[in-house]
Design a binder for this molecule. Structure first.
Ligand SMILES: Nc1ncnc2c1ncn2[C@@H]1O[C@H](COP(=O)(O)OP(=O)(O)OP(=O)(O)O)[C@@H](O)[C@H]1O
Length: 354
């Protein structure tokens, strides 16, 4: 089932601050989208608007091309799991899962035997077949989230909305549950939107990443495109550690202010003028300095990790650039070195200019 959000606007109660500023988003059928952004960007607000849990003042939400004006029309089509959407403590896992079916009007409610069968299938699907009789207090965090997911899937929704569902889990459980979630999404042919604070989780599990900032979508791209062509400096920084080098573009070259950084070629499409080159630390290469480049590169060793020696590089304009050399590599690579940052992305006034 596809989701189309068009020019959605929501204001804080009392016509206060704009929480969603004309947000538009197309999620095709069967896509897995991760919604990321800093705290307060509007991710939960957007997800709740799509779920029909909160009102909005302008714009539309459509499912499979049909505008969902009536919130109740979304019930049953959309399953959601929130980090704090607790299970009912006085009900077993099985009864928690059955809840959405138990409360259906009699005319639409399956028979008791069919509900029990559905619960059994879901427990199986969640890989917790023996936990139907357990109460939430007896379950681990990961098991509880599987029960919450089963509860969301009980009515057979085609859309799954997940708001930080694994936020409270430890990193190892989290990693295993997310690959399982991706398989589940593929197997059931769902359309999933996952809000996460974990950039690695987003890059790992989603086929599209939507970055929000200040109530707006600033970029919507595949993980590969987001990494190779971030639309703004903010996106570049948000997705991982980045080092900035200011400089000037002229005659097809970016010349950096820092004399220890080698100039590099840029496409003709980049206009001349000041720009900022941003690069991930692991993309920086050390190369022999050019004659006349005598500003020293200082490399402060910081121990070894996973077969690599860790250094912090300090040069004219920058302190604290993390750098790694293979443990069996030569130290002298650092002596008289300059930095090659030709893999950097270029920005001007905060926007990508490549
Ligand atoms: N009902 C409300 N009334 C007033 N302000 C609200 C309301 N709901 C959300 N906000 C504000 O809207 C902004 C966006 O909140 P939202 O929870 O959507 O952000 P988020 O991106 O999900 O953040 P987080 O990652 O911290 O969960 C915040 O500034 C929040 O304080």
């Amino acid at each position: 089932m596809s989701i189309e959000v068009s020019a959605l606007e929501r204001f804080a109660p009392g016509r206060g601050k704009a929480l969603l500023r004309k947000v538009s988003l197309d999620v095709p059928d069967s896509a897995f989208v991760a919604l990321v952004g800093p705290s307060g960007a509007g991710k939960t607000t957007l997800l709740r608007a799509i779920a029909g849990l909160d009102p909005y003042q302008a714009g539309t939400v459509s499912l499979d091309g049909q505008v969902m004006e009536d919130v109740s029309a979304r019930a049953g089509q959309v399953g959601f799991v929130f980090q704090n959407y607790a299970l009912f403590p006085h009900m077993t896992a099985a009864r928690n899962i059955a809840f959405g079916l138990d409360v259906l009007p009699a005319a639409r409610r399956p028979t008791r035997a069919r509900i029990n069968e559905r619960v059994r299938e879901l427990l199986e699907l969640m890989q917790i077949p023996d936990l139907g009789g357990a109460y939430p207090a007896r379950l681990s965090g990961g098991q509880r989230q599987r029960v919450a997911l089963a509860r969301a899937l009980a009515t057979g929704p085609r859309v799954l909305l997940l708001d930080e569902p694994f936020g409270a889990l430890d990193p190892i459980v989290r990693r295993s549950i997310r690959s399982w979630l991706r398989e589940l999404h593929d197997r059931l042919g769902l359309t999933t939107i996952l809000v996460t604070h974990d950039q690695e989780e987003a890059l790992d599990v989603a086929d599209r990443i939507v970055v929000m900032q200040d109530g707006q979508i600033v970029q919507d791209a595949s993980p590969v495109d987001l990494d190779s062509s971030p639309a703004t400096e903010f996106v570049m920084e948000f997705l991982g550690e980045a080092v900035s080098f200011p400089g000037i573009v002229g005659a097809g070259r970016m010349v950096l202010d820092d004399p220890l950084v080698l100039p590099f070629s840029v496409p003709d499409s980049v206009a001349d003028g000041p720009a900022v080159a941003m690069i991930r630390p692991y993309e920086i290469q050390l190369v022999p300095a050019q004659p006349g480049q005598n500003a020293p590169l200082r490399a402060v060793p910081r121990g070894a990790r996973n077969g690599y020696r860790h250094y912090v590089l300090n040069c004219a304009g920058h302190d604290g650039i993390p750098f790694f050399l293979p443990q069996d590599g030569a130290d002298h690579a650092l002596e008289g070195a300059a930095l090659d940052i030709s893999r950097a992305r270029l920005f001007r006034n905060g926007l990508a200019c490549l």
